[in-house]
Design a protein around this ligand. Structure first.
Ligand SMILES: Cc1cc2nc3c(=O)[nH]c(=O)nc-3n(C[C@H](O)[C@H](O)[C@H](O)COP(=O)(O)OP(=O)(O)OC[C@H]3O[C@@H](n4cnc5c(N)ncnc54)[C@H](O)[C@@H]3O)c2cc1C
Length: 385
């Protein structure tokens, strides 16, 4: 049985764990990380070729400073890893004037003095032939929006974490951990490892690793579809097509990406069954295709040609769809990291820094109170599953 001392252990080396490993190792700390698979992989929440990054953040003004730090860190990571990780395409957000998407994006942009445009539907049609919004919709253009390549981002963080001295063990599921008098012991089939602090970044598997702490996290099946456009193929290439998000009614959101050579990728947000990583239905079928296709027929009629491919992924949702980031209430040296609810990837570079700070000092320079556990105190027990 191994018994080695580390400064920080990390369970899960996907988007958040890989970024944490990188930041901690870069600071010269002794880091050990574990993953049940071999990241980047297609079994969790960080696969599928592309992720949206945007600055005029509809989900809340508090996210803007964090995403701005994330942009800086993605750019530094591109330089250090010599990889292309981000492509600026601009982003179009559509909805009615008071919708969550439009009102939220505009509030964030105005509060943080961001560059943005509010466009009438005539202006949209003049600029982009591919969009067919309803006349009573409005649109916001966020010029800094674009695409991150998630598999490359994870790979870059892992590669550089290793180069800075992190020990990363793949194919090694952590079975259990415990915390005693200032140190944490993590157990796999191969041994026990002790560290001063622990980051739990296990994505959809996180609820199984909280040592009895009940948190209202729910895993949701999310399906991604790639379509071959029927017409105007060249207008869907990244140089002509921004990322797009449509708020077509209360709680109804679709989003998508330009054609990166594999088709136009589109998905409906928060439309999947509640699941677990073990029971997830990993194939897509006609029931997944139908609502996306009918949205496209109305709002982007040149898109819904042949369904080229599909992938199934997992969201880990909180009830208010804000992230969960906090110290474990019983163990001050254990960090709980679930920046997901379907919108966490863009922040991963900054989350690595935040989680590294929490693991080493118990604090962050960012105001992360809205991500704390105490907001769930009033949720009654039946809602926790
Ligand atoms: C389809 C889809 C589309 C999305 N689109 C966007 C988007 O456009 N923009 C955006 O910002 N966000 C988006 N998100 C959200 C974003 O991708 C997630 O917030 C992010 O990937 C979560 O990262 P994570 O590190 O928590 O999880 P993961 O990357 O899944 O990492 C968790 C890791 O933990 C490992 N693990 C689990 N249990 C154990 C164990 N016991 N021992 C060791 N290792 C373990 C797993 O193997 C896995 O590698 C999307 C998510 C999905 C699913």
């Amino acid at each position: 049985m191994n018994s080695i001392n580390y400064d920080v252990a990390i369970i899960g080396l996907g988007a958040m764990g890989s970024a944490s490993a990188y930041h901690l190792a870069r600071r010269g700390l002794r880091v050990i990380g574990f993953d049940r698979h071999s990241p980047p992989h297609d079994q969790g929440s960080s696969h599928g070729e592309t992720r949206i990054i945007r600055e005029a953040y509809a989900e809340g003004v508090a996210y803007v400073k964090i995403v701005q730090r994330a942009y800086e860190l993605w750019s530094e990571l591109e330089e250090e890893s010599e990889r292309e990780l981000y492509l600026q395409t601009g982003g179009m957000m559509f909805g009615s004037d008071g919708s969550d998407m439009i009102a939220g994006a505009e509030t964030s942009a105005v509060t943080h003095n961001l560059t943005f445009e509010k466009l009438s539907m005539d202006e949209v049609r003049q600029r982009y032939k591919i969009f067919n919004p309803d006349v009573d919709m409005t649109a916001i253009f966020d010029p800094r929006s674009g695409i991150l390549y998630p598999e490359s981002c994870v790979e870059a963080h892992l590669e550089l974490a290793k180069r800075h001295g992190a020990e990363l063990l793949f194919g090694q599921p952590v079975g259990s951990w415990d915390s005693n008098s200032g140190s944490v012991t993590v157990r796999t089939e191969n041994g026990a490892y002790t560290a001063q602090s622990l980051i739990l970044a296990a994505g959809a598997w996180l609820p199984q690793l909280l040592n009895g702490l009940e948190v209202p996290l729910q895993v949701e099946r999310q399906v991604l579809m790639w379509y071959e456009p029927i017409a105007n193929q060249e207008l869907f290439r990244a140089e002509n097509c921004p990322i797009f998000i449509w708020d077509t009614g209360p709680g109804i959101h679709f989003y998508g990406f330009p054609d990166m050579g594999t088709g136009v990728k589109v998905a409906r947000m928060h439309f999947g069954d509640t699941s677990t990583p073990e029971n997830l239905r990993r194939d897509a079928d006609a029931d997944d295709d139908a609502p996306v296709r009918s949205f496209l027929e109305h709002f982007m009629p040149d898109v819904p040609g042949k369904l080229v491919s599909s992938r199934v992924c997992m969201f880990t949702n909180t009830p208010d769809e804000h992230f969960l980031i906090d110290l474990h209430p019983e163990y001050g040296n254990v960090v709980i990291a679930s920046p997901c609810s379907g919108h966490g990837f863009k922040f991963a570079s900054a989350m690595g820094e935040i989680l590294a700070d929490l693991a080493t000092t118990g604090k962050s320079n960012f105001d992360i109170r809205m991500f704390g556990l105490d907001r769930f105190n009033n949720i009654n027990e039946q809602e926790i599953s």
